[in-house]
Ligand binder design. Sequence first.
Ligand code: KG4
Ligand code: ZN
Length: 337
Amino acid sequence: MSNKSLVCAIETSCDETAIAFIEDGNKVLSNVVSSQIDTHRGFGGVMPEVASRLHIEQISLVLKEAIEKSGVSMEDVDAIAFTQGPGLIGSLHIGVLASKTLAWYYQKPLVPVHHIAGHIYANAFVTEIQFPLLALVVSGGHTELVYMKEDYNFEILGTTQDDAIGEAYDKVARVMELGYPGGPAIDALAKQGTTQYVLPRVKTEKPLDFSFSGLKSAVLQLVLKEQRHGRELDKANLAYAFQEAVLDEVLFKTKKALETVEVRQVVLAGGVSANSRLRDRLTRMMNSYPDIALSIPPLWCTTDNAAMIGAAGTVAFKKGIRADFSTSAKAGYDLEV
Ligand code: KG4
Ligand code: ZN
């Protein structure tokens, strides 16, 4: 098969309806994302039923816009890549159904993509991905250290025992009344904060696993204690303390993982990779590993989008990974199989 490829990618795993056209795995012809965030903000988090309904309303409009912006026609496409999971089942179904319909109508192969593979391959837009690599995946639903010995081969070295990192940001932001999503709000507020509050550091049984729920409870306890004592909470200082504690955990485990695997590259992935302090601290940490390249995805490709599904989908397509029309969405979906 030639290296030329044109992939239409569809992502609907959570609250973004997204379609992209990707050429040769890393050229974005179009990348349309319709975010439902303003609707969900009113609920303080993503409402699954509402998300599914909005995907249904948006998907044909997003497709039309993505085709128009790309300047290509569906007949030129080599494959339809879609997020099969993990994610909200009702949301995933809409993208799967749209993909099957397009694949049937235009007689194109269907390529299933794991959402996390998409986040990892988002780095293809800024770097040549080198193997073996270690991916630090930090998102609203995932916190994982993934070892890839070669293209499209995933081994999970560590994962969260409780909350995902983004989930912890969002929950702590709710306690601090900062609105939804909490990540960007805490990121911005922490810039004005300093070391007033002390939060406990995390302990996990497995050396490469993560845990964030203890930290979340500690923040809640601290907020309640300040209220009891009639003291005004310094939100910037609390945002700072929480963020430093979370990032200490993430960077410490990444360092530990680098003791167990030999890699040529470390890649950051997932919605929380937009975090300015994480980008900064990881960059500084990796300066002490001169033989390991670091890749940080561009900001536009950190939170959910279909371009990243197209990047991963192109690799999967070339590897011969296919789905047939009996395929369906997988709310829980193992990256390693
Ligand atoms: O990858 P993503 O779009 O969704 C999942 O696949 O889960 O990640 C969304 C998460 C949310 O929890 C959001 O609060 C977090 O990414 N996030 C951030 C920042 N921007 C988004 N967390 C910390 N700092 C940020 N700047
Ligand atoms: Zn995501």
